[in-house]
Design a protein around this ligand. Structure first.
Ligand code: CU
Length: 298
């Protein structure tokens, strides 16, 4: 286990106060803390629009993916029938006993039929240690599993170390409205389309899920800061959990937020603060298929 040497700095406190000024006055904010390796999150939240504000107090990157379970399925079912097969397949890949295609086929055989009815419902994207990620989604009542499957330095999924938890979305509505976006992103196979001006400062991004690959992960989007020494090809390779070093700490660059996938037709929002410099929009596994787009903030 990594030691948790975290002390809030003035910069982080300031960011917490100033960021997400674009949230509507009736926003319902769900405060989440991610550490190595657990989420501190309320047990239940209202349905309707909710804004997740996730502070990363760990020393590794984290994200939060919300999955709505099919009615009648429990957290224990998901843990046993979904998380465990992913873990087994990862062990096969890590030892070199199977290539990615074989591992994908094995995963297809191990996952239960009901996995097709698990609905990914967004959540804050990858965020570096010390950072804060914001994501707003409209959620139906139900039982949800939240997870982070970034890997620790030794290659263990964070899900296996504690970042797989239950949250209940109740029938009571938050009554909140969605934020107003100044940047529009449309995710399709295999393209990230951007509208709006990426200037220095805070932006609220609306992400429209227009299409998903038939097999594998849906399209998500994250924003990564590229420093002078950052190798973008290395970042692309890191985005694929099936690569031995993929999604494994330490990350090759600092991510500043984004959103996990949602079903086609849905919209998620996230807020980021951009500083002058180079960045890229990037998706998880499809990054290798071209879902990566660099931009510069002047
Ligand atoms: Cu994590």
């Amino acid at each position: 286990m990594i030691d948790r040497g975290f002390s809030p700095t003035f910069g982080i406190v300031l960011a917490a106060v100033t960021l997400a000024a674009c949230q509507p006055s009736d926003a319902h904010v769900v405060r989440v803390t991610a550490s190595d390796y657990a989420f501190q999150v309320p047990d239940s939240i209202p349905s309707g629009w909710s804004t997740f504000r996730m502070e990363n107090q760990g020393e590794e990157h984290h994200f939060l993916l919300l999955n709505r379970l099919p009615d009648g399925k429990t957290f224990q079912d998901y843990h046993r029938d979904v998380a465990a097969p992913f873990d087994s397949v990862w062990h096969v890949l890590k030892t070199g006993a199977a290539d990615k295609a074989e591992a994908g086929a094995l995963l297809g055989r191990l996952l239960p039929d009901w996995y097709a009815s698990v609905r990914p419902m967004g959540g804050p994207g990858l965020v570096a240690p010390g950072g804060v990620a914001w994501a707003t989604m409209e959620l139906d009542p139900g039982t949800y599993v939240i997870e982070c499957y970034v890997k620790a330095k030794d290659g263990t999924f964070h899900t296996s170390l504690g970042m797989l938890q239950q949250i209940t979305v109740t029938n009571e509505s938050s009554g909140a409205s969605p934020p107003e976006a100044d940047i529009e992103v449309t995710l399709s196979n295999y393209e990230i389309a951007i509208e709006g001006e990426l200037t220095q400062g805070e932006h609220t991004v609306a992400v429209h899920f227009a299409e998903h690959p038939v097999v594998g992960l849906g399209n998500d989007v994250h924003v990564v800061r590229l420093e002078a020494g950052t190798d973008l090809d290395e970042v692309v390779s890191w985005m694929d959990w099936m690569n031995v070093d993929g999604l494994r700490a330490p990350a090759p660059a600092r991510f500043v937020g984004g959103t996990q996938e949602m079903p086609v037709g849905y919209t998620a929002y996230f807020t980021i603060e951009l500083l002058p410099g180079r960045y890229a929009w990037i998706s998880e596994a499809p990054a290798a298929l071209g879902m990566v787009k660099e931009f510069t903030v002047r």
